[in-house]
Design a protein around this ligand. Structure first.
Ligand code: 6PG
Length: 477
């Protein structure tokens, strides 16, 4: 029987699990390791001799649990879905009163709520934890979004604050609410991530097909933008991706990559939940849809032949590569980004009310300032916007951000218009612009929709000039 020496155990040593284990060991925590293929645990230790003293590979699940000091902390980093349930079922008979199970994968928050309720009353505790930052974030400091009971958070807080990213010395980890709250916020993080990445890709499309720039030239543009308001991890890596040359051919690697985007599903979940809450997250939806369309490459090739020549309006001159022209693109992207983040936040605010979570929206911006994939200086602006005006109903009504949108909406409008005329698809940028126009319009067009609904379905409508709901006997109805 192995001796109980480990402060925490990591079960699942894929990229993220392995990196988290190394981060834990580096911060001084004796860490037990378990993986279905035991070799991965041994390999992790062998590849990291400097941390070996605090890494304890196990030979079985029993051995893994035996190595954990009570109350045990077990961090699951396995594929979302049934594998999590399988691991919980296998572990439960081996754990004791007060032990804590932490699901740190990209779980669907509905599953986390279900698992939390199933574990209630068993003596065990359950935490759903969103971890963002990819492999390097897991290794050197992720942003961590915790859902679970407060007393369990207090137990985990020292460990998680030790491994989390820091922004100006502040650990990027927080308890956001009970059970599924952490995974829900991570899901919205990923929806915003999709939107951010899609809007950057749309600007790339304009620079490539509208301004006819080469990848190296575009890299310089994004690198320059990364020194100002758009400074962010995603803009930074965009410049790096565009600058990269294929070692075999010497060609820009981005030109050799097939234009079919993958998606593991978290972005899709964010728009499903937005729709279930009745909150339009149109830029997030456009980004998920764009990924889906990109994956139908053969169909797109056939369609290009069906519509050969249509829409390929010569955009020559529409996107001048001048300081003013590039500034317009920069401002358009920055403005659309504010609108996309406002949508993501509106979904979180609606969920907070729907599920009674009291999500700390300002703190969510604060823990996203470092470590996570959408980390950026802009998140500091969002945190300040919440600090400046409590009860912000929508970030588009936060004075500091409203001023920036008002200043940049012209650039966004011109870029979307010119892209449309040039036949350059900008679904997320266009969604941001139309959302902005719809959101700020007092007299919309839903009155006609109400009339239509009442005409065919007698669904009734309200009137400005009298109380109550009304059905009209439509001529021809
Ligand atoms: C993060 C990332 C990560 C993401 C994967 C796959 O926050 O570290 O969002 O969790 O899920 O990189 O993402 P896709 O959904 O694009 O496959």
């Amino acid at each position: 029987m192995s001796e109980a020496v480990a402060d925490i155990g990591v079960l699942g040593l894929g990229t993220m699990g392995g990196m988290l284990a190394l981060n834990l060991a580096e911060k001084g925590f004796a860490t037990a390791l378990h993986n279905r293929t035991a070799e991965k645990a041994r390999r992790l230790v062998a590849d990291n001799p400097a941390l070996a003293a605090r890494l304890h590979p196990s030979t079985s699940l029993h051995d893994f649990v035996a190595r954990l000091k009570a109350p045990r902390l077990v961090l699951l980093m396995v594929e979302a879905g049934p594998p999590v349930d399988e691991q919980i079922a296998a572990l439960m008979p081996l754990l004791s009163q007060g032990d804590i199970l932490i699901d740190a994968g990209n779980a669907d928050f509905n599953d986390t709520v279900r698992r939390s309720r199933a574990i209630e009353g068993t003596g065990l505790r359950f935490v759903g934890m969103g971890v963002s930052g990819g492999a390097s974030g897991a290794r050197h400091g992720p942003s961590i979004m915790v859902g679970g009971e407060d007393d369990v958070w207090r137990r985990l807080q020292p460990v998680l604050e030790a491994i989390a990213a820091r922004y100006e010395g502040e650990p990027c980890v927080a308890r956001l609410g009970p059970d599924g709250a952490g995974h829900f916020v991570k899901t919205i993080h990923n929806g915003i991530e999709y939107a951010d990445m899609q809007m950057i890709a749309e600007i790339y499309g304009i620079l490539r097909d509208g301004a006819q720039l080469e990848p190296g030239e575009m890299a310089a543009v994004f690198a320059d933008w990364n020194t100002r308001g758009l400074s962010s991890y995603l803009v930074e890596i965009t410049a790096a991706v565009l600058a990269e040359r294929d070692p075999d051919t010497g060609r820009p690697l981005v030109d050799l990559i097939v234009d079919e985007a993958g998606q593991k599903g978290t972005g899709r979940w964010s728009v499903i939940e937005a729709q279930k809450l009745g909150i339009g997250a149109t830029t997030l939806e456009a980004a998920v849809s764009a990924r889906g369309l990109s994956s139908r490459r053969a169909e797109r090739e056939a369609a290009s032949r069906v519509y050969a020549g249509i829409g390929a309006k010569d955009p020559d001159g529409a996107f001048p590569v001048t300081p003013a022209g590039l500034r317009e693109l920069e401002s358009a992207l920055q403005t659309a980004k504010i609108i996309a983040y406002a949508q993501g936040y509106a979904v979180m605010a609606a969920a907070s009310e729907e599920f009674g979570w009291a999500l700390p929206l300002r703190d969510i911006a604060r823990i996203w300032r470092a470590g996570c994939i959408i980390r950026s200086v802009f998140l500091d602006d969002i945190a300040r916007a919440f600090e400046a005006g409590d009860g912000v109903v929508n970030l588009l009504q936060a004075p500091s951000l409203a001023a920036r949108v008002a200043e940049g909406e012209g650039a966004l409008r011109r870029i979307v218009s010119k892209a449309a005329l040039a036949g350059l698809p900008v679904p997320a940028l266009a969604a941001a612009l139309s959302y902005f126009d719809d959101y700020r319009r007092v007299r919309g067009t839903a009155n006609l929709v109400q009339g239509q609904r009442d005409f065919f379905g007698a669904h009734t409508f309200q009137r400005f000039d009298r109380p109550g709901r009304h059905h009209h006997a439509w001529a021809g109805g």
